[in-house]
Design a protein around this ligand. Structure first.
Ligand code: GLY
Length: 383
């Protein structure tokens, strides 16, 4: 089995940073025990568990952080918080209009993580319901999983829309296929990943955010810049969903085309990391725009660490060292070590054209923790 071959110094940094992070999160978890946070307001977690927001796509990450900490420490308090998050998400199953392709983001870090750790039958049931709904969004003509519902973007017709982010939802289908011994789930996931490889990946290794297909004929129509700067640009979080997402499809299938795709994106990403190690919102944003997206750095680090384990020699070291460079840059420049503040990462950005930039976002914190735990070998593999 390939390992990361961390230097002594890298190993010590990862161990110490995980220790400090876990110590802070222990206090945060007590304050936010009954919330499902997305961001912080004046340093305090908000709560997205109300009836209008329970379907928000990030509502699995807090539970995921708690399961990771439970795995790390065995502390029952983390398990209780994660189980509460998971139970609250049941409300989402009753609101069809709030269910979209993000079932993987919501139920892999909650129900499936729970099932993997505890064998809970209730949790397994939730995971399988979520997987069945996700599979039902597959368009046979275009061989893609539909991303959003029409009402998610002012009534715009989204029947033919697929987005790069969906690669991260596919592991829910890979899990269901294995759990049930039912190849349909695997076939849909592989088919969608293959479409992403053919239609989203550009020749230079960058990826598009949104591709629109004719939902009847399946023909590829056009692409959009989505949450990035503009059409043809390079939204960094989208690059990371592709980098980590293709890597995961390789891990679940062994198909070398997915490993090649992941490495194309990774090599493109590496060649664009600034000297500072801090990742902008879009690699092609204007030079006078300095907005960062810490989530992209954290997610890319997770994907690169997995690729470092799958490759050897100089290539593996390049991936590993790039991940460490970004994680260190985050802790030195874009991080709150203040134990009275609920967030970890401070410079996350949801979308380039949003009014607000550089604030805390829960999935940035989740992937930062996951990356550290990959480095120390303590991770619960969620995807
Ligand atoms: N999956 C939506 C986003 O990355 O913002």
């Amino acid at each position: 089995m390939n390992t990361l071959h961390l230097t002594e110094e890298q190993r010590a940094w990862a161990q110490e940073t995980l220790c400090r992070t876990a110590a802070k999160l222990e206090k945060v978890s007590r304050r936010s025990a009954h919330k499902i946070p997305y961001t912080t307001v004046n340093g305090v977690h908000d709560d997205r568990s109300g009836p209008d927001q329970i379907g928000w796509w990030t509502n699995g990450f807090w539970g995921g952080m708690m399961w990771q900490l439970y795995k790390l420490t065995g502390e029952e308090s983390y398990r209780a918080i994660a189980e509460e998050n998971e139970r609250k998400l049941d409300e989402n199953f009753l609101h069809y209009d709030m269910l979209d392709h993000d079932n993987g983001f919501k139920w892999l870090p909650t129900a499936v993580a729970d099932y993997r750790l505890t064998g809970s039958r209730e949790a397994r049931n939730r995971g399988l319901l979520a997987a069945n709904h996700l599979a039902g969004r597959y368009n046979l003509a275009g061989r893609f999983i539909r991303a959003w519902n029409d009402w998610e973007d002012n009534g715009r017709d989204h029947r033919g829309w697929a987005i790069i982010d969906c690669l991260m939802n596919l592991p829910l289908l890979y899990w269901a296929a294995q759990e049930l011994g039912d190849r349909r789930f695997q076939q849909i996931a592989v088919s969608h990943a293959d479409t992403a490889r053919r239609c989203f990946l550009r020749g230079d290794g960058s990826v598009r955010h949104i591709v629109e297909f004719d939902h009847e004929s399946g023909e590829m129509m056009c692409d959009y810049g989505g949450q990035g700067c503009e059409r043809g640009s390079s939204w960094t979080r989208g690059q990371t969903w592709a980098l980590y997402g293709f890597t995961l499809s390789y891990l679940h299938t062994g198909d070398m085309d997915f490993l090649d795709a992941a490495q194309s994106v990774a090599n493109y990403f590496l060649s664009n990391i600034p000297e500072s190690g801090l990742i902008p919102v879009d690699f092609r944003q204007p030079e006078d725009v300095t907005w960062e997206d810490s989530t992209a750095a954290a997610i890319a680090s997770c994907g690169l660490i997995e690729l470092a384990k799958l490759t050897q020699g100089r290539q593996s070291a390049l991936y590993r060292d790039a991940a460490l460079k970004m994680l260190r840059a985050l802790t030195e420049h874009s991080f709150s070590w203040d134990e009275n503040e609920d967030c970890l990462l401070t410079k996350c950005t949801a979308a380039y054209h949003d009014a607000e930039h550089e604030f805390s976002i829960i999935y940035g914190d989740y992937y930062f923790l996951e990356a550290l735990m990959k480095l120390t070998g303590d991770e619960l593999f969620i995807w």
